[in-house]
Design a protein around this ligand. Structure first.
Ligand code: ADP
Ligand code: MG
Length: 564
């Protein structure tokens, strides 16, 4: 239908709008970054769709973003000649949040401004940030390819409803008109707007244009002329040379590609030449997104081919265990019409994936070595994901193993800070294994009776309680030539560490308790394989261990819980 309608926002949008206006007010200028970012995405999408359908470009005018203000009307307008929105797209994209897990995410919000601002940051604020400075927003848009009378007009005061109506629009693309709040007049100023754009949007690869201004001596003020000028560099950031890019520009570009609101933790920018040719600009975020564990969540990096945007979330370009990495890969080899299916098969993609993996591992090694606090932050957010790499990427297993961090009996702290290298450096004379215990929680690991003898002997034990640990250990069998051994497995060879006297005492104990052991063996026959005296306990009278080649109790419970 073409009639005007009033529709309600999805409940989460209402919540987001309310929270955002309050918690992000001190950072309000970011609305412009978000709108320019969307305009740039819309132009990227059009350029991509036009590869197949050149008629979408309707005349072939240069893709660009234009910012203009109207002092008398108190409006600020952000226009693009990108892909535009159909009526259905406007309703779906400007009235709902299309990310799974959104409801759970909102239930975590506390009402504490600072904490919530951070959470919302991870979520990505996007289009709705317009309402930080505007009390009414009008969107007039036309999808490329639709006739001029099939435009759409979307309007809302951000209170819970929006109206949608048919509109005439001569050119394709989108105009976002912000009706500024009464106290936002300082935005109606060419100098101020240019300053914000330079700060936040200089990395945008399309021209961002504004009307040139001149001094009018009669009026004694700057006045706009009819001539447009570009206010940014308008070249794709990753194509510039490193020495020409400031940290601020790297950070703002990250926010654009990742839709994150916080600065990244680290990045790596390289041009690779040789058998396959590509540029990569890859980032590690500071914090895990709320949907890191959601199977359907977006993952991967943006793919460009010779500067033409091809797709978001190209997950084939990185292994799964690096799914937290964001950024851009621009290939010189892939065809422009490359599809996700082709990506799966391509040799060029394999070369890119291998090269990018190495770069990210180097970046992490560098962090671990030189920026311990940042590495700890990385580990908190993404350590569990990185552990998956031990089973997924055998070629790099050793490098990944060095990056792992664990809790251990060395400090008994729940913080995972001990590397396998640290552990090996603290091994006792004669110790040739790395010992660990697995449990459902750190507290349970720490309370394991299996630890008693290790404590007594002063041997460090890794305390593992993450869900992926058992799985990881089934792939990571040794490190630095030393095998990883569960303290819960039978036949613990601690003998090498025992002195002669103790060996003698053990033999005596075994002899002394032989009758008891035989009786226990008999009465427990159907339930255990073997009963024996042990030197591994200090305070507990008995414990159950698992045979050398059997599943650990923790893994058995996990498999049972998974119905296997
Ligand atoms: P995100 O950019 O993370 O997808 P936003 O809230 O910024 O989220 O935007 C929501 C959606 O609205 C976009 O994904 C896009 O589909 C649509 N949209 C926003 N601005 C534009 C625009 N200028 N042109 C076309 N579509 C747009
Ligand atoms: Mg956006």
């Amino acid at each position: 239908t073409q009639s005007a309608e009033t529709l309600g926002f999805q409940a989460e949008v209402k919540q987001l709008l309310h929270l955002m206006i309050h918690s992000l007010y001190s950072n309000k200028e970011i609305f412009l970054r978000e709108l320019v970012s969307n305009a740039s995405d819309a132009c990227d999408k059009l350029r991509f769709e036009a590869l197949d359908k050149p008629e979408l470009l309707e005349g072939g005018e240069e893709l660009a973003i234009t910012i203009d203000y109207d002092k008398d009307a108190h409006t600020l307008t952000i226009s693009d000649n990108g892909i535009g929105l159909s009526r259905e797209e406007a309703v779906a994209n400007l009235g709902t949040i299309a990310r799974s897990g959104t409801r759970e995410f909102f239930s975590q919000l506390t009402g504490d401004k600072q904490k919530d601002a951070q959470l919302i940051g991870q979520f990505g604020v996007g289009f709705y940030s317009s309402f930080i400075v505007a009390d009414k927003v009008t969107v007039i848009s036309r999808r490329a390819g639709l006739p001029a009378d099939q435009g759409v007009r979307w309007e809302s005061d951000g209170q819970g409803e929006f109206t949608i109506a048919q509109a005439d629009k001569a050119t394709r693309g989108t105009d976002i008109i912000l009706h500024l709040r009464a106290d936002e007049d300082e935005l109606l100023n060419g100098w101020k707007l240019r300053e914000i754009l330079r700060r936040y949007s200089d990395h945008i690869s399309l021209p961002v244009r504004m009307y040139k201004e001149e001094w009018d001596s009669e009026k004694s003020e700057q006045v706009k002329t009819a001539e447009l000028e570009s206010v940014n560099q308008a070249s794709a950031l990753w194509t510039r040379s490193k020495s020409d890019i400031t940290d601020e520009q790297y950070k703002e570009f990250y926010k654009h590609v990742s839709h994150d609101f916080e600065d990244p933790l680290a990045w790596t920018h390289n041009r690779v030449e040789g058998r396959s040719e590509y540029t990569q600009l890859l980032y590690i975020p500071k914090r895990a997104p709320f949907d890191l564990w959601d199977r359907d969540a977006k993952r991967g990096v943006k793919l460009y081919v010779r500067r033409v945007f091809i797709m978001d979330d190209a997950e084939q370009l990185l292994p799964n265990y690096l799914r937290f990495v964001r950024g851009v890969i621009d290939s010189a080899d892939l065809p422009l019409n490359v599809s996700r299916e082709i990506l799966q098969e391509s040799r060029d993609v394999r070369a890119i994936r291998e090269g990018s993996t190495k770069r990210i591992l180097s970046l992490l090694e560098e962090l671990a070595e030189n920026r311990a606090e940042d590495y700890a932050l990385f580990w908190t957010g993404f350590g569990q994901v990185l552990k998956e790499g031990t089973g997924e990427d055998f070629a790099n297993q050793e490098r990944i193993a060095k990056l792992l961090r664990f809790a251990s009996t060395h400090s008994e702290d729940a913080t995972q800070a001990v590397s396998l290298t640290d552990y090996v450096g603290r091994m006792k004379e004669g110790q040739d294994k790395i010992y660990y215990v697995t449990a459902d929680s750190h507290a349970a690991a720490l309370a394991s009776p299996h630890l008693e003898v290790f404590r007594k002997k002063g041997i460090e034990v890794l305390l593992l309680s993450d869900r992926v640990d058992e799985w990881m250990l089934s792939y990571l069998r040794e490190f630095d030539g030393k095998s990883l051994v569960s303290v819960a497995k039978g036949g613990l060879e601690l003998d090498d560490l025992a002195d002669e006297e103790e060996k003698k005492r053990r033999a005596e104990v075994a002899e002394q308790f032989k009758p008891l052991v035989e009786r226990l063996q008999k009465s427990l026959e159907a339930r255990v394989k073997e009963v024996r005296t042990s030197s591994r306990l200090v305070d507990s009278p008995a414990c159950i261990v698992v045979g050398e080649n059997e599943l650990s109790p923790h893994l058995q419970r996990m498999l049972q819980a998974a119905g296997q």
